[in-house]
Each structure stands twice: as structure tokens, then as C-alpha cells.
Design a binder for this molecule. Structure first.
Ligand SMILES: [Zn+2]
Ligand SMILES: [Zn+2]
Length: 207
């Protein structure tokens, strides 16, 4: 009998629910199976359920997660079972021409390496599979909680990258529209890059 696990899925556009699925089989040589400890809900999960990337059936949602390495493939050298790790939301191949040139967001795999809850099951599950584990996992320092580390998977890194793309000069000004989690991380990133402090950077919309 195959062991099963609890997952949270998109049953079809507009409908979600819990579902039992088989625990992922052993990973490929470069990959890993993760036992989930922490996961965050992203607006992208909401968009997906509303149909933004088309119909999906019984598709496990989630792409922002931390966990414990459960199993690794034979070619994985940097991680071992038991390691406490955080997993990239986007998991490029790191082998293609674009990845090798440093443009991992332009990975030539479908949709630039966005796999979780898109072309494969995501991380709203007791276990999930990660491709190219040596490149897509990061050890969590002992003084950082899973709950904090989980924000680096998408909300913090997306906000920081947005600030980087704005080419902010020392003492310059930045305006962030939308003070959700990513917007707030963009404001923090702008501050770290040298934007002058303004109370408006932390003002929440009141309307
Ligand atoms: Zn996300
Ligand atoms: Zn690639």
C-alpha cells in the first residue's frame, strides 16, 4: 500500500480543498524530497485558483516553503537528509544557456523556471519534490526561524529585486504603490539601497 499525505489543492478553477495524495517517490539524481515545516500563501496562489494560468485539476498549490530534507538524489552533494532548508519559489534548471549566464529568471524552461503549482505539484503538502536541489535549496542558519526564512522565498526577494531594478541613488526617492507584503519588502529594500527615510514608506493605505 502506498503511503499517502495530506495536500491542499486547486480542484478546478474557483474551487480548492484538501486531498490525500501519494508521498512523492524517490527523487531523480539531482533532486530532493522535502518534508514541509512552514508554507506561505501567495497572491499568485489566489490568481492561480481564479484561472490566471488556465485550468488545473487536483493540483497541489503553494510555492513558498521551508522544510527538512527527507531524501536526496545520488548526485546531490550539498544537502543531506535532516538538513533544515528553505526552497526557492522559482526553481530554474541552472544548466541552460540563460541560467549559466546569470539570468536565471530567463531560464529557458517553461515560464522561466516557475514549476511549483504550475507545471508540477506545489508545497502545500506534507512532502514535495524539488528539482536541482544543490541550486534551489538554502540551509537556514540556526538563529533564523522557519517562519522568518519562509519570507525569503518570494515576498522579500521579489520586493528587494523590485527595489534593485529601480536604480535608486544614495538619498534618492522611491514610491511604492501597494503596501502588501511585497510592497513593504520593496520599501525596506529601497531603504537598504540608500533611499532617504520618509514616514510614507511605512504608511498603510487607509481608504
Ligand atoms: Zn509567491
Ligand atoms: Zn535554466
Amino acid at each position: 500500500m502506498t503511503a499517502t499525505m495530506k495536500t491542499f489543492v486547486m480542484k478546478r478553477i474557483g474551487e480548492v480543498g484538501f486531498m490525500e495524495k501519494p508521498i512523492p517517490a524517490d527523487p531523480g539524481p539531482n533532486d530532493a524530497i522535502i518534508k514541509t515545516t512552514t508554507a506561505l500563501v501567495c497572491t499568485s496562489d489566489v490568481h492561480t485558483v481564479k484561472g490566471a494560468i488556465g485550468e488545473r485539476h487536483d493540483h497541489t498549490l503553494g510555492h513558498e516553503a521551508c522544510g527538512i530534507v527527507d531524501r536526496v538524489g545520488s548526485a546531490v552533494t550539498l544537502f543531506k537528509p535532516g538538513d533544515r532548508i528553505v526552497v526557492n519559489a522559482i526553481t530554474p534548471c541552472y544548466k541552460c544557456h540563460n541560467c549559466q549566464r546569470g539570468f536565471t529568471s530567463q531560464c529557458t524552461e517553461p515560464l522561466g523556471g516557475w514549476k511549483f503549482a504550475n507545471i508540477k505539484d506545489g508545497s502545500f503538502a506534507e512532502y514535495f519534490h524539488v528539482n536541482d536541489a544543490d541550486a534551489n535549496l538554502t540551509l537556514i542558519p540556526s538563529d533564523v526561524s522557519d517562519e522568518a526564512a519562509c519570507y525569503t522565498t518570494d515576498m522579500m526577494s521579489t520586493g528587494f529585486k523590485g527595489a534593485e531594478n529601480a536604480n535608486i541613488v544614495l538619498g534618492g526617492s522611491a514610491v511604492v504603490f501597494g503596501a502588501g507584503p511585497v510592497g513593504q519588502m520593496t520599501a525596506v529594500g529601497a531603504r537598504l539601497l540608500g533611499a532617504a527615510w520618509s514616514s510614507s514608506l511605512t504608511t498603510f493605505p487607509t481608504g
